[in-house]
Design a protein around this ligand. Sequence first.
Ligand code: C5P
Length: 305
Amino acid sequence: MKMKPRTFRSFAKINLGLEVTGKLPGGYHELKTIFATLSLHDLITLKPRPRGIVIRSAHPGVPCDETNLCHRAAVRMQSLAGHTRGVEITIQKRIAIGGGLGGGSSNAATVLRALDSMWGLNLGPEGLVDAAKSLGADVPYFLFGGPALGLGRGDDIHPLDLRLKEKVLLVPGAGGVSTAAVFGQFAARGGGPRRPSRIDAFLRHCERGESPRVATLRNDLGPAAIAVSAPLAATARVLRAAARHHGATLAAMSGSGSSFFLLFESTSARADAARELKAVGIPSRRCAFVSRQAFASGFEVRRAD
Ligand code: C5P
């Protein structure tokens, strides 16, 4: 068996728009969301070993035991492969933890895709969907990447042919909020489906071949997240002002929080907004959107990269 380690990019996502469309059996909310992949990524190195799954990370927030979603992903792959070969998984964290950027889910999908290749199963994204769904609602998206529509719990993925050109300014993890608390607050506020659906209108434009109107999208969970966290509400106010000053196409929260993002047509407007935010103590990060093709071709970090 070859024991050479291989390193893979585990990208972050944002939800360009998120609508709550109903309740599912089991208490979960039904979602309609537009996912997009960001250039921001963790690095995951997999080193084959004769047996045993070992997780390593220098980041204090990453559990290095069998509760880590990457560990569970490797166990799923062992059962799909029908063997007990081992792997050492080293996670270099750059994506904010618990920030609505899908970091943990992305890491798990990366392990599924990487072991699919390293163990020669070649199931491909479609063949890994059931394993991904069993690990978490955001995991299936990271099998495909790029712009995609998510339905159900956000785990029923329909890739979209969109070219996203905006320059992204990410404000990662603006104060931790619990997903359960945000959905609880959403329900308490009597939140129901937004009529008419902005995502449906967005998709109709895209189907007609028009350029995607991301400015029309909204996150239904935004008001609930702001209601449960005063620091988040304060950050949102500053971001909205910066978005106005610098002509952002869209300023929104990702997932159930706590990260926000601003979209700009020019890199100079984005740089001005980043400077304004830095001056008031809000760190931000410049990112690009990653297409589905670049998501696939940029998966493995080649030695010469
Ligand atoms: O997905 P996660 O386990 O982080 O979700 C935590 C809680 O948030 C769930 O137990 C549920 O109460 C709520 N939730 C929901 N609908 C979703 C996702 C999460 O109601 N689509």
